[in-house]
Design a protein. Structure first.
Length: 138
């Protein structure tokens, strides 16, 4: 990979008390003059990026003003979602626009999926080292 940045997997404890390591990526999401530093879960099985309800509110969005419906599946299949586009910045890479399905659920992490995180970045997972590396696609 060219000009990549390596990150360590993050250790998390689930609701059953089990510890696992997951590929969480620190990034800054922005909407105008509001920004949040968050941790997004890289999910190669997710079709779309997902933004929990509370984070959308903190970034200044109003649910009723969003008019693009997004259908979710899996654990979030029963949750209503609407489309948002945010600026995302990862380490020293140029900020990019990231499209999210903003869900009314707060029970999911920020999920970075194929549309459009994996369309913008190459990612290599090094499970034996518990690290991953990303670099912008050229």
């Amino acid at each position: 990979m060219l000009e990549g940045h390596r990150f360590s997997f993050t250790e998390r404890t689930d609701s059953f008390g089990e510890i696992s390591t997951m590929p969480y990526l620190p990034l800054t999401l922005s909407n105008g003059n509001k920004s949040l530093e968050i941790m997004g879960l890289l999910d190669t099985g997710a079709s779309v990026n997902v933004l929990p309800y509370e984070i959308g509110l903190q970034l200044g969005y109003v649910w009723e003003e969003q008019t693009v419906p997004i259908a979710l599946s899996g654990n979030l299949g029963d949750s209503e979602a609407r489309g948002l586009v945010l600026s995302g910045e990862i380490v020293n890479f140029t900020p990019i626009l990231l499209a999210f399905a903003w869900t009314q659920s707060n029970n999911a992490p920020v999920i970075l999926g194929h549309l459009n995180f994996f369309a913008e970045f190459n990612v290599c997972f090094y499970r034996h080292e518990s690290t991953f590396e990303i670099c912008p696609r050229k």
